[in-house]
Design a protein around this ligand. Structure first.
Ligand code: FES
Length: 294
């Protein structure tokens, strides 16, 4: 298999180097990085000689003369409702073209030009799950990829049946989104677990698959989505099957197989599939046909 992986290349995957790859000029505003397509950027400068514009909104610092063109200067911090740059820090100006007009955006600093490709891969087919009860089963960091499902279901409650969340961590300190889960506990069934006894823990003690088996969510008109360590996924699926869930009622995501995420390294392949291109979300009915140890 290692040889097969090594001989695959981007041509075989129909990924042409450069295709879908877009370069962005990055800049920072208060520790957050943003990007603008490089083709929109006309100039990067340290702004000076800014002429003020009477009665302009607060974010409009004024205008500059850029090689004969009058360019409006916008302070992005003020536009975003943030405090001004500290006194003595000038920032940088990124001049961009939009609708045939030039604007200079005042930012904290300008970073590298980076190339981005994507989006690649698939996503959870949540529209197909409308009208069904949704059971999310997560362990450790596996809650993060499925958290948007939970948020979508809660934001569109009338479209779905009952929502249940199983979530476990090695210790209570390893349980992600604990405060958020607590605040949402009146809107869904929550089943938390930790692997071993610890002082003050009143919920289930044991592994996530055992908690699922203990609580026995009904397979009737239901979809179960599981994400977490591979060993957890393996036993969750076994237990769901034991409770009567059919293969097409179970979904999982195998992004833990991915490394580069852009179809280059060949480390994510399972059988004929590259997870980063075809996945990472799979229905168990499809995944079980592939040579994967789940
Ligand atoms: S080819 Fe690198 S993660 Fe898929």
């Amino acid at each position: 298999m290692a040889q097969a992986v090594a001989t695959r290349d981007s041509t075989e995957l129909n990924i042409i180097p450069g295709e879908n790859l877009e370069d962005f000029v990055t800049f920072v505003i208060k520790d957050q990085m943003f990007g603008i397509p490089v083709l929109k950027v006309q100039d990067i400068l340290t702004p000076h000689s800014i002429a003020s514009i009477p009665l302009a909104p607060p974010e409009v610092k004024g205008s500059i003369n850029l090689r004969g063109r009058i360019v409006t200067v916008i302070d992005v911090r003020i536009r975003l409702g943030l405090e001004k740059l500290p006194e003595g820090k000038a920032g940088m100006g990124v001049t961009v073209e939009q609708d045939n007009e030039l604007y200079t955006l005042l930012v904290d600093k300008v970073g590298d030009v980076i190339g981005m490709r994507g989006p690649l891969g698939n996503c959870f087919p949540i529209d197909d799950w409308k009208g069904k009860n949704i059971t999310i089963i997560a362990g450790g960091c596996g809650l993060a990829p499925v958290w948007p499902i939970l948020q979508t279901v809660l934001a569109n409650k009338k479209d779905f049946g009952e929502l249940t969340l199983f979530n476990g961590g090695r210790t209570s300190g390893d349980i992600l989104y604990r405060d958020e889960i607590e605040s949402l506990s009146s809107e869904m069934k929550v089943q938390l677990s930790v692997d071993a006894e610890e002082p003050g823990w009143e919920d289930y003690v044991g592994f996530v698959p055992s908690n699922v088996l203990d609580k026995k969510p009904s397979p009737k008109n239901a979809i179960a989505i599981t994400c977490g360590p591979p060993i957890m996924i393996k036993f969750v699926i076994q237990n769901l099957a034991e409770m009567g869930f059919s293969d097409d009622q179970i979904f999982t995501t195998v992004e833990n197989k991915m490394k580069c995420g852009i179809g280059k390294c060949g480390r994510c392949n399972i059988g004929k599939d590259y997870v980063c291109i075809k996945g990472p979300v799979y229905c168990w009915a499809d995944l079980k046909k592939l040579p994967l140890d789940y």
